[in-house]
Design a protein around this ligand. Sequence first.
Ligand code: FAD
Length: 389
Amino acid sequence: MTSEVPEVSDEDFQEILAQTRHFIRTAVVPREQEILDDDRVPDDLRDQAKKMGLFGYAIPQRFGGLGLNLVQDVEMAMELGYTSLALRSMFGTNNGIAGQVLVGFGTDEQKRRWLESIASGDTVASFALTEPGAGSNPAGLKTKAVRDQRDWVINGQKRFITNAPVADLFIVFARTRPADDKGPGIAVFLVPADAPGVEVGVKDAKMGQEGAWTSDVSFTDVHVDDSALIGGNEDIGYRAAMTSLARGRVHIAAIAVGAAQRALDESVAYAATATQGGTAIGNFQLVQAMLADQQTGVLAGRALVRDTARQWVDNVDRRIAPSAAKLFCTEMAGKVADLAVQVHGGSGYMRGVPVERIYRDVRLLRLYEGTSEIQQLIIGSNLVKAAQR
Ligand SMILES: Cc1cc2nc3c(=O)[nH]c(=O)nc-3n(C[C@H](O)[C@H](O)[C@H](O)COP(=O)(O)OP(=O)(O)OC[C@H]3O[C@@H](n4cnc5c(N)ncnc54)[C@H](O)[C@@H]3O)c2cc1C
């Protein structure tokens, strides 16, 4: 693995970041309730995001993306996390878990065929790894790809696939043989959503992140040819998934910091103005203690995310640090959001109050792209392995 060199100068990046911040704060924040009520990101916001290049900010420039590296990506993510997480989710799979599989492991031909339309947002790509019984342990996946003369025939069932209801392309992980000494026997395929035999289930009814859609996807005798086998390599799938997920964890940690910052800002604004018995609640020291815990968590999270992203791009640590950042920041965001509801008292439990949405939105961050327990296992097992070497 080589270092990730940024394709955008610092100066240009600051401009992109400022534009993103402006878009989030002035165009998206005022429409959070609409996103929630309609369970969809309005088309005009989608179009604006497309024009700004947000569907491809992490895709290399030669394929039409903005070419940000992970150090820049996390700064963007901290801005994107400030509003309804559905917005980020709309282009999250293109830049992240799905897009990065192609960027990191696709053949030149596959990259040329797909990455430009992924970067522009004309193609929505979904990452289809999880199955019933194979979530935390994707090595146990049962979806099969079997050779039939020049084709591969894919059969299996995927679950909770982000953007599946609007996907044009599925990045599908499938077993080509049982795990053996040579490897886990998992390949990854490019499967157009309109291929015969692909069926997308009804939208899942979720706890939060209204406007971000997931569903089951089933593959029944889906035929693809050799050009669909990512990297032209039957054994690349597991490594591609793990690498893409590890990078994604740093991004998710940054999203958590952005959401926690918003929960803190809402809490401070409320505490400064809401009164009890004529006194602003922010004057009560126990309320100040909650704000202090929130602020401390946000500062610690931001510092960790920046350090982890730096270690990633310099190829110093792509294993322990991403899991530690995701574990700390997503748990931190959960606590900060919980405190935000507490600072708001009964109002914090009411629909239409931003912290109520944030509380539900951030709950997912501790579950997907590896649960907190899986991050603990990755961190602990790698520490012990290193010591035993
Ligand atoms: C809204 C949403 C969007 C998602 N988007 C995608 C997507 O786009 N693509 C995709 O492929 N997947 C996606 N997922 C799936 C997600 O990554 C999995 O749900 C997650 O990895 C957990 O797997 P699971 O649901 O099977 O839970 P399980 O793995 O069954 O976990 C249940 C509990 O058991 C614990 N556990 C499991 N194994 C161990 C172990 N070995 N040691 C200790 N504890 C353990 C877990 O930490 C958890 O607490 C999404 C999920 C959701 C909810």
